[in-house]
Design a protein around this ligand. Structure first.
Ligand code: C2E
Ligand code: MG
Ligand code: MG
Length: 747
């Protein structure tokens, strides 16, 4: 037993020794102190109290007490916690607080205390195990920080849904800046050629001076921040801790009072937009990894917002750009012109707007389809850009209409631009497998005019353009205010023309001008359209035919003429089977894909003999597309319809064209016969053409014969047919029927 006791004792001793060893070797400090009534006096403390910078003796001697270890900032918290644990009669509890180390620095510890009580429940002593908690504590703080940062980032992300992206960008800077409590956050925009940047958005802490709005604050890369910018461009980030020499840019940093900074290069997709800078001007900051990661995320969100902003700009640009040609459109023209007008007023100088319309473009487009039309528009746009972009702004106004805006500084070139445009229009446009002539009508207006905004100016340019068209196309006209009245008239005419057509062509009628052989015997008639407005005014064909062509209304109106005159012809043919009607057709009719079918349908309907129908075409029409003109004319001829070339001698006057086309009759323009007495050229032209045409086996008609002398010359030259006031003026149907009745009597 004694041996047993001995063994037991030894075992007990061993255990104690081991326990002591464990306690002494542990990195934790163990301390046994009395309860509060005895002032927390130290009963035991491990040697490693030295890790706090104190000696064991300080405590054992009573010079220091456990409570002195508690950092003054945490003193009350700890004492209160102890009191509460006491009241709750706890046997064990844990606390986290800071101890004050011997050198005064605080150290976070976790204290696990076991309480020993007497039978009355009073504290005999506390056994405290104090473990270093600083790492855990900072980890927890980091987690909390991360959590808060995430919240901030999330807030920012929500803000990106703001419709106003300027506001959203500003909000990102505000939120990040105030969260980090730094001095300033600035977004700089790069100058694009990478030489300098300018502050565009900014957040400043109180007392910190902003960089935006400071005219002098344009960072010149070479001068101000050579190393920093280079590094930013290379690695995308520059971190300047307090005390660093930021890439030899110390001077600039000092100048701005920056003591530490983090800078990011900001990209929109792959394109450098600028730099986002977080400046610290007050505290001696050293940036930790987490903060930098957070800032990097902020920079990412800034670039997301910028991308969205740019996408929106692209979309709004699209609204201002014509998709086909890539030119700006009429909406942008309005904006630019208003600016130009304001500017011109301010400097007291004049600029010009040129309104360009491609003559008869609609014919090509309707006749050949959009493929051809689109290519012509694109070629024309390219031509305008190549020739005039340096000195003007170019817009596609719509359809085949383009606008050149000449600012006052380039106003001197207005005539040069007009001449260049008209010269280009003399040459064909090569489109796919074809080439087309498409002349231009140009309206020019000077600005600023008093009380005129962009809309008025464009309207005036359009009126001038129409004036140019009326004067025979392929021309230009400067706006003057009398045209303004014309435009009102034009709008009214357009309205009434549409109403007339809808109203079964009321107001429209066909006059007939007899055509005779050179002895004066009526052998046919030219159908000439007349139009009387509802108020009784007669509108001249020279006025309404171009308008009808311009509006495309010549197609239904032309069909009306054809139907009417075919009926008349069929009736006359009952007594004069050879009698013909010569009908003017517009190129817009000719280019209708189903023109042939429609004509044949009317022939059928009216029962007219197609051999007594002659279509008058002009050379200009042939020039658009020789191939189509040729094949269509040939088809007409196969059906017996003859083709006459009207107004020969004006325009392109090519015998080559005439040879190629299946022309039956050439009508020499009336200006030639008019001038035979004064102009030797006209006289010889008539003779020469008659000879040439006869040699090709075709007939000649001289139009505009007004005098007996002129008629005599026609006979001399052996013109086949004549037409003119000297013989007959154009007359309405009833009078024409009288002429025919007379002819029947004569026969
Ligand atoms: P155009 O085809 O050359 O028609 C001949 C024009 O000369 C007619 O003018 C006629 O009245 C006029 N005229 C005839 N004899 C004389 C004369 O001895 N002296 C003078 N100074 N003039 C004479 P109008 O009727 O005013 O027609 C003008 C133009 O309008 C026509 O020129 C033609 O190009 C066009 N036009 C007329 N009717 C139609 C039509 O139904 N369809 C189309 N597409 N065009 C038409
Ligand atoms: Mg004619
Ligand atoms: Mg004619």
């Amino acid at each position: 037993m004694p041996a047993e006791k001995n063994v037991a004792k030894t075992e007990q001793d061993m255990s104690r020794i081991i326990a002591e060893e464990i306690v002494e070797r542990s990195p934790s400090v163990a301390i046994r102190v009395t309860g509060p009534d005895r002032g927390y006096a130290t009963l035991f403390v491990t040697e490693n109290i030295s890790s706090y910078g104190y000696s064991k003796d300080d405590f054992v001697s009573g010079k220091l007490k456990w409570i002195d270890l508690v950092h003054p900032d945490d003193h009350d918290v700890v004492v209160n916690a102890l009191k509460k644990n006491d009241e709750d009669n706890l046997g064990q509890f844990s606390m986290v607080y800071r101890v004050r180390m011997a050198d005064g620095t605080p150290l976070w510890i976790s204290d696990t205390t076991v309480v020993e009580r007497d039978e009355k429940g009073r504290v005999v002593h506390y056994d405290c195990i104090m473990r270093d908690y600083s790492e855990t504590k900072s980890n927890i703080e980091k987690i909390e920080d991360n959590f808060r940062q995430k919240e901030v980032l999330n807030d920012i992300l929500q803000g990106l849904h703001d419709a106003d992206l300027d506001k959203a960008l500003q909000a990102i800077l505000d939120r990040a800046g105030s969260y980090l409590d730094i001095s300033r956050v600035t977004l700089f925009e790069d100058s694009r050629n990478h030489t300098q940047c300018k502050a565009i958005y900014e957040w400043c802490n109180s007392g910190i001076s902003p960089m935006t709005g400071r005219d002098d604050f344009i960072l010149n890369y070479e001068k101000d921040l050579p190393g920093v910018i280079r590094q930013l461009m290379e690695s995308g980030v520059v971190i300047v801790n307090h005390g660093d020499d930021p890439q030899g840019s110390q001077k600039r940093f000092e100048m701005e009072g920056v003591v530490a900074a983090v800078m990011f290069a900001v990209y929109i997709q792959d394109e450098l937009f600028g730099f986002l800078c977080f400046d610290e001007c007050v505290r001696k900051r050293r940036w930790d990894r987490d903060t930098i990661a957070f800032l990097e995320n902020v920079a990412r969100l800034v670039s997301t917002a910028l991308l969205r902003k740019r996408n929106e700009q692209v979309i709004s640009n699209m609204a201002l750009t014509d998709q086909l040609t890539g030119l700006h459109n009429r909406y942008y023209l309005e904006q630019r012109l208003n600016q130009a007008v304001g500017n011109a007023r301010q400097i007291g100088q004049t600029g010009y707007v040129l309104f360009i319309d491609m003559d008869d473009f609609k014919i090509i487009n309707d006749g050949y389809g959009h493929d051809y039309g689109d290519v012509i528009l694109k070629s024309f746009a390219t031509f305008l850009v190549e020739e005039y972009e340096a000195e003007s702004e170019i817009f596609r106004f719509g359809g085949d209409e383009f606008v050149i805006l000449l600012h006052p500084e380039n106003a001197g070139s207005v005539q040069k631009v007009i001449n260049g445009l008209l010269a280009r229009a003399q040459m064909p446009w090569n489109v796919l497998d074809k080439s087309f002539y498409c002349t231009l009508s140009i309206g020019v207006v000077a600005f600023p005019e008093e009380n005129m905004d962009s809309k008025d100016i464009i309207k005036h340019a359009d009126i001038a353009m129409y004036q140019a068209k009326r004067s025979g196309k392929n021309n230009y006209a400067f706006f003057n205010s009398t045209q303004d009245n014309d435009s009102v008239e034009r709008a009214e005419l357009e309205k009434e023309m549409r109403e007339s057509i809808d109203n079964n062509f009321t107001g429209f009628s066909v006059f007939y001008q007899p055509q005779t052989d050179n002895t004066g015997v009526v052998i046919g008639a030219e159908a000439l359209l007349r139009w009387t407005l509802s108020d009784g005014t007669q509108v001249q064909p020279m006025q309404f035919i171009p308008l009808a062509e311009y509006l495309g209304l010549i197609v239904p109106v032309g069909e009306f003429v054809l139907r009417e005159s075919a009926q008349v012809c069929r009736r006359v043919n009952e007594t004069h089977p050879e009698f013909w009607v010569s009908i003017n057709v517009s190129i817009r009719q000719f280019q209708q894909q189903d023109f042939l079918e429609r004509v044949l349908m009317i022939m059928d309907e009216t029962g007219v003999n197609p051999a007594n129908i002659i279509f008058e075409i002009t050379e200009g029409m042939a020039m658009y597309d020789m191939a189509r003109m040729k094949s269509l004319s040939e088809e007409f001829r196969q059906h017996g319809i003859r083709i006459s070339m009207d107004d020969f001698g004006t325009g392109y006057s090519s015998l080559g064209n005439m040879r190629e086309l299946p022309i039956d009759i050439v009508k020499i323009d009336r200006t030639f016969i008019r001038d035979i007495t004064t102009d030797a050229y006209s006289k010889s032209f008539i003779r020469l053409i008659i000879d040439l045409v006869h040699s090709m086996g075709r007939k000649v008609c001289i139009e505009g014969v007004e005098t007996a002398e002129q008629l005599k010359y026609c006979q001399e030259c052996k013109a086949d047919y004549v037409q003119g006031y000297h013989l007959h003026v154009p007359v309405p149907l009833d009078e024409f029927e009288k002429i025919i009745a007379q002819k029947s009597q004569d026969a």
